[in-house]
Write a protein that binds this ligand. Sequence first.
Ligand SMILES: [Zn+2]
Length: 258
Amino acid sequence: MTRERDRLCPCPNCGKFYAFSESISVNFSGWRQWSDGWGCGRLYSRFTQLLGCNCGTLFWPSGMAFKVRNHNLSDIIEIDMERLEEKTPAPRSWWGSLFDSLAGSCIGSSKLDFLVHKRREYPLIFPAKISKLYDVLFYSKPNLDHKTELEIRQWLWWVWNHRNRDLIVKPSDIGPDVPDSEKEANLHRLAALLETADQPCWMMIGDAYRQLGEFNSAIDAYVRANETGTKEYLIGLAKRQCRECVEFNPTFKENGTA
Ligand SMILES: [Zn+2]
């Protein structure tokens, strides 16, 4: 089953403490995986660990932080402890109030359940919104480290690919729509960052080049990957000059075809 626990971490700049949830076990039932590395299941989907404090700080729970000009990078929920301590009205009322305050946000019902069953004295902080991370990268332009720039550019690639995935429920945060030239520039830079990572993910590098239409570079990268079976399938796509981000269907490994 998917289980979460709450952890506390301070904003490295202003010192304000936040509670955030992290997965301690994950249920992969109904998992769907795409060639760019993004995937989702019925009970779990990937999210960035980057957080944004309203003092204008982008940070990792592990402590690395960057001063940015952007605010509201993350949804932050301040729990009204006085209302929580009231014997009446029943919890339903503050649940309703909480739900109203979240209307239109990207926070899922599982997060709400998580909140309802935990009484907190610290504000709850959610992963930074990808549309806001785009603003950080292109307008605030902080001096990001390799890991953080890679994280943001990877998520931008993923959310821009969401439009072409066969998803029943489209994620609400799919980033700003930008010209293809800007998306390609992001993908070129991402490929370079992935190649210089401590442990390069050659499947993702190959897929970045394939989506860019640089098929020889894509094949060179796929060849270096360990994922036997899957990589042959993607090499086949590159040889046919297919640039689509594809979903791995449950049977393709058996018959080797899409
Ligand atoms: Zn702060």
